[in-house]
Ligand binder design. Structure first.
Ligand SMILES: C=CC1=C(C)c2cc3[nH]c(cc4nc(cc5[nH]c(cc1n2)c(C)c5CCC(=O)O)C(CCC(=O)O)=C4C)c(C)c3C=C
Ligand SMILES: [Fe+2]
Ligand SMILES: [Fe+2]
Length: 368
C-alpha cells in the first residue's frame, strides 16, 4: 500500500502538542436516516460485537438496522437539545473548557474533540492536526473505565489512522481514570450538591453501561473498574454497604450481560418497599441517550409503576467545574515530559538553552 504524501504544514506554528478528547459518537440528527449510518458504523466494529462477521452482517443488515433505526431515532428526538445531541454538546463544551484551563495553567496545547463513530471522525480530526503541524498527540477517551468495547476501539482507530501515515507523531493514550482522585471527588460533589438541594434517598444506585458477561470471563477489566469506582465514591461519601448498589444498563441482544441489570433492580427495590432512590451513571462523562432516555425516562417509569414514590436522577459530570479541573489534571499528568509550557515560558527556556550552548561553544573554543 502507498503511504500518503506529508502535508505542507506551517513550520514553527504553535502549539505542536494536541489533546484529542474522544467520545463514542452520536447521530447527526434524531431521524432514522441519520441514526442508521451511525448504528451501522458502531455495530460493525468487531470490538463492539464479537460475533463471526458473516453471521453478524446478516443479522445487522437484515434485522437490527431496519428495526432499530426508527425506534432509536424517536428516543433521540425525546432528548435532543436545541444545540444538538447532548453527548456532542457536552463533549464539545468539555474540550473548550479543557483548552481554557490548560491555557490558564501555562500549557501551550491545542484541545479538540473527536467521535469514534460519526462526526467529527477520528481520521478527520487527526488529519487536521497533522496539517497544523502537531507532532505530539494525547488521545484522551471520554470513558473513565477501560473496556475493550470502547477504549480499545478508540486506540484501534488511532493506530489504523497512523498506519497510513508516513511521518507519525509521538502518541500517548490515556487508558482509564476510574480511580483518579479528581474524578471521584467530582462525582462525590455532584451527589452532595444533589442531596443538598433535594434531600437524600434510601439508596444510591450507580448504574454503569453493561457489556456481555463473556468479555469479563475473557479478561476485560471493565467490571472490576466499575466496582472500584463505586467503592471509592461510596467511601468518599461515607456510605455503608447497604446504602448503595451497582448495576448495569443498556443490555443489547439475547446473551447474558453483566449483572445485576439496572431496570429489574429498580423494580425489585420498589417492590421491597424502597420509596425513594437516587440514580447516577458514573461511567458516562456526558449525559446522552443512555442516561437521559433509558435511565431518567424508561427506568424511572419502571420504578414508579412498580410502586416507587420518588426517582431522582443525578446528572452526569458534563461541564461541572470540578470535573473540568479533574479532566485537566488527568491531561496534565499524561502530558508530563512533553514541552507544552506557554510561549513566555518556552521563550525563557529557549533563552536559557541558548546561553548554555554559547558557554559550551566558548569552552570548546578555549580547549582548541
Ligand atoms: C451492541 C453492543 C454494545 C456494547 C458492547 C456497548 C458498550 C458500551 N457503550 C457505551 C457507551 C454508550 N453507548 C451508547 C449507545 C449505544 N450503545 C449500543 C450498544 C453497545 N454498547 C447501542 C446500539 C447504542 C445506540 C443507541 C441505541 O440504539 O440504543 C451511548 C449513547 C450515544 C448517544 O448518542 O447518546 C453511549 C455513551 C459504553 C461506555 C460501553 C461499554 C463500557
Ligand atoms: Fe453502548
Ligand atoms: Fe439504551
Amino acid at each position: 500500500m502507498a503511504f500518503k504524501k506529508e502535508p505542507e504544514y506551517r513550520h514553527g506554528t504553535l502549539p505542536r502538542t494536541a489533546v484529542v478528547l474522544v467520545n463514542l459518537g452520536t447521530p447527526d440528527a434524531p431521524t432514522a436516516g441519520a441514526v442508521r449510518p451511525y448504528l451501522k458504523e458502531f455495530l460493525s466494529d468487531p470490538r463492539v460485537v464479537e460475533i463471526p462477521r458473516l453471521v453478524w452482517s446478516l443479522i445487522l443488515h437484515g434485522i437490527i438496522l431496519p428495526l432499530r433505526s426508527g425506534k432509536s431515532a424517536r428516543k433521540y428526538a425525546s432528548i435532543w437539545m436545541k444545540e444538538g445531541s447532548p453527548l456532542k454538546v457536552y463533549t464539545e463544551r468539555q474540550a473548550k473548557l479543557l483548552q481554557g484551563l490548560l491555557g490558564e495553567r501555562g500549557h501551550e496545547v491545542k484541545v479538540v474533540y473527536a467521535m469514534r463513530y460519526g462526526a467529527p471522525s477520528m481520521p478527520q480530526v487527526l488529519d487536521q492536526l497533522k496539517t497544523e503541524g502537531c507532532d505530539r498527540i494525547l488521545v484522551l477517551p471520554a470513558y473513565p473505565q477501560y473496556s475493550a468495547t470502547t477504549t480499545a476501539s478508540v486506540f484501534d482507530a488511532a493506530f489504523a489512522h497512523y498506519a497510513q501515515v508516513r511521518n507519525v507523531p509521538e502518541l500517548r493514550l490515556v487508558k482509564h481514570y476510574h480511580d483518579h482522585e479528581g474524578y471521584i471527588a467530582a462525582l462525590r460533589d455532584s451527589v452532595l450538591a444533589h442531596w443538598e438541594q433535594n434531600g437524600r434517598g434510601q439508596k444510591l444506585v450507580m448504574s454503569f453501561h453493561g457489556v456481555p458477561k463473556r468479555t469479563l470471563l475473557l479478561g476485560d477489566p471493565y467490571h472490576c473498574e466499575c466496582h472500584k469506582t463505586a467503592r471509592l465514591l461510596a467511601e468518599s461519601l461515607g456510605l455503608g454497604r447497604d446504602d448503595y448498589l451497582v448495576s448495569f444498563q443498556s443490555r443489547f441482544g439475547k446473551a447474558e450481560w453483566l449483572q445485576p441489570y439496572t431496570a429489574p433492580t429498580l423494580v425489585q427495590l420498589a417492590k421491597q418497599g424502597v420509596e425513594r432512590v437516587d440514580v447516577m451513571c458514573p461511567g458516562f462523562s456526558s449525559d446522552c441517550l443512555e442516561t437521559l432516555e433509558e435511565i431518567s425516562m424508561e427506568v424511572r417509569h419502571d420504578f414508579l409503576t412498580a410502586g416507587g414514590k420518588e426517582f431522582h436522577y443525578i446528572p452526569c459530570l458534563n461541564d461541572a467545574p470540578g470535573w473540568i479541573r479533574a479532566l485537566t489534571d488527568i491531561a496534565e499528568q499524561h502530558l508530563l515530559g512533553w514541552p507544552t509550557m506557554s510561549n513566555a515560558a518556552s521563550r525563557e527556556q529557549a533563552a536559557r538553552e541558548a546561553e548554555v550552548s554559547r558557554r559550551q561553544a566558548e569552552l570548546m573554543g578555549a580547549e582548541r
